[in-house]
Design a protein around this ligand. Structure first.
Ligand code: HEC
Ligand code: HEC
Length: 295
């Protein structure tokens, strides 16, 4: 029950008029600074709700009078970046590959684009760092089947190897075993020779003369008299520390009996819908060239 409002003797404030068992409540108003801050916050909130995305309704929401959205801001940033990159990629397309490499700005764009294109398209076969694996040559060492200059690499990537593209790098190692060109004994002998003389696993005093003769007659045309290989036919160097099909005598026998004839796809956009545009091919060639074996 409200009783009468009176002045409190101790504080000099008025009471509210409420009383409980003789206890009276003092009327203590909010401090002015608190009150004004509170009112300012309310005004700010109303303004904020009006200007910025705020009230949700159903599937949509009130977008605010300013139409502000961090997504639109990001979209705009991405568009600007794409435009800038498109300009550089266009420039890469019309600049000879060697000149792209000499232009630090273009080189930076090409290397970045090449790294992404490599990870998306080449990594499954050639490994994340281009280290290769059995049947898929390493692109990071200086042993090349077809050549390691920028132009060589660009050509290999564009048209592929035995890819079916008209301009693909093509060569066929004869089918010596299944084709009946060599007897099993001759194949064993030539494998002994290649394994011993070129791969470096000859046993003490092993007689390799039989295999040497078979090699000179049948293999040296492509692989070179001293096993140095030939880039015109993509015949791997046999006298090498790196072997496409592994450092195994059995791999030599298998290859001579029935050659694997690895296929590298063509990435030419014109003939392959999942191919890469010219600027991206140049970029990935520059990236591969820089992996460590570029000539
Ligand atoms: C489907 C597997 C596959 C994919 C994907 C692939 N390659 Fe190859 N690539 C090969 C094979 C196999 C060879 C070796 C062919 C042979 O036996 O001569 C090769 C050879 C090459 C060579 C020649 C190496 C040399 O020593 O001369 C280059 C360069 C190359 N690839 C680059 C690339 C790049 C760059 C990409 C991605 C755009 C790519 N490859 C994607 C399988 C692949
Ligand atoms: C017409 C050219 C040609 C002739 C002739 C030829 N080769 Fe080859 N050889 C190739 C090519 C091309 C490749 C790689 C192709 C592939 O991917 O299978 C190759 C690959 C090899 C490899 C795998 C090398 C590695 O790094 O793993 C061996 C081993 C080999 N040849 C041995 C021989 C022997 C031995 C003979 C003779 C009996 C011979 N070749 C004759 C073209 C030839």
């Amino acid at each position: 029950m409200p009783t009468k409002i009176e002045k409190d003797a101790l504080t000099g404030r008025h009471t509210t008029g409420h009383e409980w068992d003789g206890l009276q409540e003092l009327n203590t108003p909010l401090p002015k600074w608190w009150l004004y801050t509170f009112i300012a916050c309310c005004i700010f909130a109303v303004g904020y709700i009006a200007l910025f995305p705020s009230i949700p309704y159903g599937r949509d929401y009130f977008h605010g009078w300013l139409q502000a959205s961090s997504r639109t801001a990001v979209d705009a940033d991405v568009k600007a970046l794409e435009a800038q990159r498109a300009f550089s990629m266009d420039k890469i397309k019309y600049t000879p590959i060697a000149q792209v490499k000499d232009d630090p700005k273009l080189l930076a764009v090409a290397t970045a684009a090449g790294r992404i294109a490599f990870a998306n398209n080449c990594q499954p076969c050639h490994g994340a760092g281009g280290e290769g694996r059995v049947g898929y040559p390493s692109l990071a060492d200086d042993t090349w089947l077809w050549g390691g200059t920028l132009a060589d690499i660009q050509q290999t990537i564009t048209y592929g190897i035995r890819s079916g593209n008209d301009r693909a790098r093509n060569s066929v190692m004869p089918n010596f075993g299944a084709g009946g060109l060599l007897t099993p004994a001759q194949i064993e002998a030539v494998a002994d020779f290649v394994w011993g003389a070129f791969y470096g696993h000859a046993a003490e005093g092993q007689d390799l003369s039989k295999g040497r003769a078979v090699f000179a007659e049948n293999c040296a045309v492509c692989h070179g008299a001293n096993g140095e290989g030939s880039r015109t036919v993509g015949a791997p160097p046999l006298k090498s520390a790196v072997h496409l099909y592994g450092d195994l005598r059995a791999a030599i026998v298998a290859q001579v009996t029935n050659p694997r004839m690895g296929v590298m796809p063509s990435w030419e956009k014109k003939t392959n819908i999942t191919g890469l545009d010219e600027a991206t091919i140049k970029s990935v060639a520059i990236y591969v060239h820089a992996l460590g074996g570029g000539e």
